[in-house]
Design a protein around this ligand. Sequence first.
Ligand code: CMP
Length: 151
Amino acid sequence: MTTQTTPETTDPTVERTLVLVKPDGMRRGLAGEVLRRIEAKGYTLVAVELVHATPELLAQHYAEHVGKDFYQPLVDFMMSGPILAVAVEGQRVVEGFRSLAGATDGTLAAPGTIRGDLARSWGSKVMQNIVHGSDAPESGARELALWFPAL
Ligand code: CMP
């Protein structure tokens, strides 16, 4: 599902980021809570899609992690259920969403953040941290092209 927005092309601080509600977040019924926090912050949902990720998509998405010891468990986890892919737009939304998400390790993530409030990652479950957010505007553009080729 996509919505038409009027891009604020004159404002260079308007960016887009890819947010994924990972299979653990979907299993726990937290998609609505994640979307609520994004909207409450004032960002715009540009596109939303329920996706069953393929190994090929994940190899491109996680290209920087291919070969790391946690790569295959990460792929297995990301294929363990549906993912909600969301394209989000707003001023400085890349760093803003990462701030909303909190630190990668849910045990250490600050209270008030999505992971700090909702995730308890430990040991090999550190990858089960509810959400993904692009780490830079360039990554956002690259990742959105993978998950939303028609956008
Ligand atoms: P994400 O933001 O999707 O980007 C890479 C993902 O790899 C990260 O969230 C975690 O889910 C996972 N990850 C990062 N570091 C580790 C690690 N040391 N062990 C296991 N999984 C990790």
